[in-house]
Design a protein around this ligand. Sequence first.
Ligand SMILES: Cc1cc2nc3c(=O)[nH]c(=O)nc-3n(C[C@H](O)[C@H](O)[C@H](O)COP(=O)(O)OP(=O)(O)OC[C@H]3O[C@@H](n4cnc5c(N)ncnc54)[C@H](O)[C@@H]3O)c2cc1C
Length: 401
Amino acid sequence: MAKRIVIIGAGLAGTTAARELRERGQAVTLVDPAAGETSERPPLSKHLFDGSRYHLPFHLESSELITFVRDRATEITLAEAADQSQQAGTVHLASGETLDFTHCILATGMEANRPQIPGYPDALPVYNLAEAEWIREFVAESSTPLNVGVLGSGYLGMEVATSAVAAGHEATVYLRGDEPLRKQLSAPVRKALLDKHRDAGVKFVAHTSSPDEIQANIHNLFVTSVGARPVLIPVDGDRPAEAWEVNEKLATPHSGVWAAGDCAQITDGIFALDHPWACEPVAESHGKYLAELLGADDGDAGQPWADIPWHWSFQGPEKVFTAGLTSPDATDTIIRHDPSGTKFQVFHFDGGEPHARLIGVETLNWPPMQAAARRVLAGTNIPTRAQIGDPNFDVKAHSRL
Ligand SMILES: Cc1cc2nc3c(=O)[nH]c(=O)nc-3n(C[C@H](O)[C@H](O)[C@H](O)COP(=O)(O)OP(=O)(O)OC[C@H]3O[C@@H](n4cnc5c(N)ncnc54)[C@H](O)[C@@H]3O)c2cc1C
């Protein structure tokens, strides 16, 4: 029987899966209110103030093999077990229409948390194109430098504040603790970035435990950045509390339903985490992986997903990357600098012994070494703690073995 593949969500994961399935000659239906008009999210938080290109469309068009359904999926119901040789289930749409499928990929991404800031009723996150456009218009209309307030000090908040300062505006970051990027990066990288951002002029107001504490009438633009949560459509009434828990082949517990990108949390395999990876390279890799898995003639018999996950964040002039498994709480890491001492990498291991294996690397302002780190982690000859600790060990040369 012909496969009927429905992908819900035309963001990076969904668009990639659709494009790759089309290349394999497989027809797909892509459901998204903005299908055909979606674009990359990363430029949104980095180019609010510099006037450069921020709208990077995915350029996927409807064709014989790709059907766009510009609608919102509201729920999925699964077929009775007796019918499952014909179809696995049905997607229900806000319009009342339905789509039957043999295979369904959930790729609905995340939505931003939206705290109210009493002193700034117009405060908004920068999570989608409409929000970025509103802010860019506001910036374009102002004839004097702005005073930007940012609540939250994760990647997006830091990108907004640092890009504002780099463009000649003032920026103040309000954070709950006393150091930014506390949940994202290890102490040496956090500290280096804090020093650089402070030197550049970003102000930090630590220990802001509630938006009520933020003084009114200081900022003329206020951006909130306090996390996001997966968008989850119920499947036979089941809507998980956090994200779709998927196995190492990205399958949900529901037969015929897979999840990819920001709405999926991988619970098995080498890259299992207790939250979604929530980064661009992983969403793209998931899309490619599921296209290969579901597009193959032998059904879903393929290998587990095993690409090295990585993340990038450009904060004003600072470029920070992670690859593999890194932890913000790790203390037994090894740091290696470039000869000038300005760029460095933090290496994470699966233990403290000399033979412990390298599992992740953070890289500050050293893109070629981030590429080397990814190659090393993807290779078969993964270095040990003892090797990385040896000053004569050449990571770049090893990455090319
Ligand atoms: C501002 C910003 C900056 C970022 N910067 C970086 C970065 O520098 N580096 C990095 O690695 N990652 C970055 N990310 C994260 C990265 O963009 C995401 O990990 C990636 O977009 C996830 O892809 P996705 O396909 O899972 O979800 P998304 O790209 O979010 O797409 C989800 C799609 O699902 C659709 N959808 C939702 N609900 C429904 C429904 N019920 N029915 C139909 N369609 C639905 C939405 O309309 C959307 O088009 C950034 C994210 C944001 C928001």
